[in-house]
Design a protein around this ligand. Structure first.
Ligand SMILES: Nc1ncnc2c1ncn2[C@@H]1O[C@H](COP(=O)(O)OP(=O)(O)OP(=O)(O)O)[C@@H](O)[C@H]1O
Ligand SMILES: [Mg+2]
Length: 251
């Protein structure tokens, strides 16, 4: 059984169909990339998977449970973690406290107290290499540091599925490669399935993901092993006749 299953999921905003009848399966521990031009529905798809929006049509099954109508705070303890395209830190709290919040509301939420959560935060902060920032107010971090903190906070949730929305956008290519290696290592150890949005960081796709799902105008047009997906004529057409990695430099 797949860890996550979407069956014909549709999300509309007024007359605009942002996600159009998308069906997909993500297995436990799988690494999947979501690709698609601006406005193709990637963030909306994440929002529907983690419960920010409910779909008008279709069903979402996670770990055998129909979560279609569950709010985000009930999905997080089941094991769905995410990072946001635009980071949303608790600005006046420290990095350590921000990351600890992940532990408090994730899969361990019923098992950990504040001290345990801070301890989990310390471990993750060490692994992600954020220790020099741990006591800093989150609001004072640079955008890239905030993205790293988001990754740490999502990992502190000890998720079964981690949705990463452009988590590495803006980072230096060398740092992206390092971060991809690190996340992959952590995910393998902890059996976390990762669905990563890779629109602006195509170089990371090949290194990280086993499978690529391509969205175009809200519809899924390709769902295939990475190499096959990136060579698919439909994908090349969506990217205006250029392979995706040539179209998007690291932004
Ligand atoms: N809250 C909202 N209200 C109305 N329309 C929305 C909302 N969120 C997204 N949309 C619209 O839905 C479509 C899909 O947007 P979405 O943000 O999911 O795309 P995306 O693939 O993440 O794009 P990007 O690469 O720019 O991040 C767009 O046309 C967008 O304008
Ligand atoms: Mg987006």
């Amino acid at each position: 059984m797949a860890l996550l299953e979407l069956k014909n999921v549709t999300k509309e905003f007024g007359g605009l169909v942002a996600v159009n009848q998308v069906s997909l399966e993500i297995d436990s521990g799988e690494f999947v990339g979501i690709v698609g031009p601006n406005g193709s529905g990637k963030t909306t798809l994440f929002n529907v998977i983690n419960g920010v929006f409910f779909p008008e049509k279709g069903n979402i099954i996670f770990d055998g449970v129909d979560i279609t109508r569950l709010p985000p705070f009930k999905r997080a303890p089941l094991g769905i973690g995410r990072t946001f395209q635009i980071p949303r830190p608790f600005s006046s709290a420290t990095v350590r406290e921000n990351v600890a919040v992940g532990a408090m509301f994730g899969t361990l939420s019923k098992k950990v107290n504040v001290d345990d959560s801070l301890e989990i935060a310390d471990q993750i902060i060490d692994r992600i290499g954020l220790h020099e920032y741990t006591g800093k107010q989150a609001g004072t971090l640079t955008p890239v540091e905030k993205k790293l903190m988001e990754i740490a906070r999502a990992l502190a949730m000890k998720p079964k599925l981690l949705l990463m929305d452009e988590a590495m956008a803006g980072m230096h290519p060398n740092d992206i490669d390092q971060m991809v290696d690190l996340i992959k290592k952590i995910a393998l150890e902890e059996k976390i399935a990762i669905v990563s949005m890779v629109e602006h960081i195509m170089r990371a796709v090949v290194g990280m993901v086993e499978k690529v799902i391509v969205l175009h105008q809200g519809s899924k047009i390709v769902d295939a092993p990475t190499k096959e997906a990136l060579e698919d004529p439909k994908v090349i057409e969506v990217y205006l006749g250029h392979p995706p990695e040539e179209t998007h430099a690291v932004s």
